[in-house]
Ligand binder design. Sequence first.
Ligand SMILES: [Mg+2]
Length: 224
Amino acid sequence: MSDIKAVLLDVDNTLLDFPASAKEAAFAAAVELGYELPEDLMDHFEPINNGLWEAIERKELTIAGLREVRWNRIFEAVGFEGNGPLFEDTFRKYLNRAAVPVEGAKELVTYLNGKYMLAIATNGPTGQQKDRLTIAGLWEEGMLLLSSEAAGCSKPDPRFFAFCLERLRPLSPAEIVMIGDSQTADIEGAAAAGIRTCRVDLFEERHGPCDWRVRSLQELQEIF
Ligand SMILES: [Mg+2]
């Protein structure tokens, strides 16, 4: 798109396969703590984790609050006796390094970084997200990393997108596209700031308005 000058790009479930990364981290944490996790434990991770992130988006929960309750809730769901907060700390140590890229992620980053100003726009700690992208081979010179930690608030908070626009000055919102998987955090958050939007439905079909929608990362290179 000739009028687009910059791309804001989400990380989890857009560039990185978060369920696969989380599974890798949970089983590494279990080995360290000597926990014998039930086989079906990770079946509960996604619904519980997604519910907690949605509560964060609605401002009913903080990221610190999520870290307190996440693993206790998952352990309760499978009847496993474990120390949730301790497991959380160990899990996150491994999650820092667990980064399974989505098919086509490397090609996409190289393509977008060569053609546009490319900024990663992610809810998460700056260091952790940069490390994960580096491990997955997705971090390149010239990219920006705009994190909720640096912004002081998470997508879809309007202040997060105001922070992004400030960092991409003097571009106007209409010259920027947000590419991500979350209809609320990525798409509605960016649209409210006047930024154009492209939803990536890789893992599930989502609904709601967006300017563009794709089902694979490869399709993005045809549009942008
Ligand atoms: Mg995402």
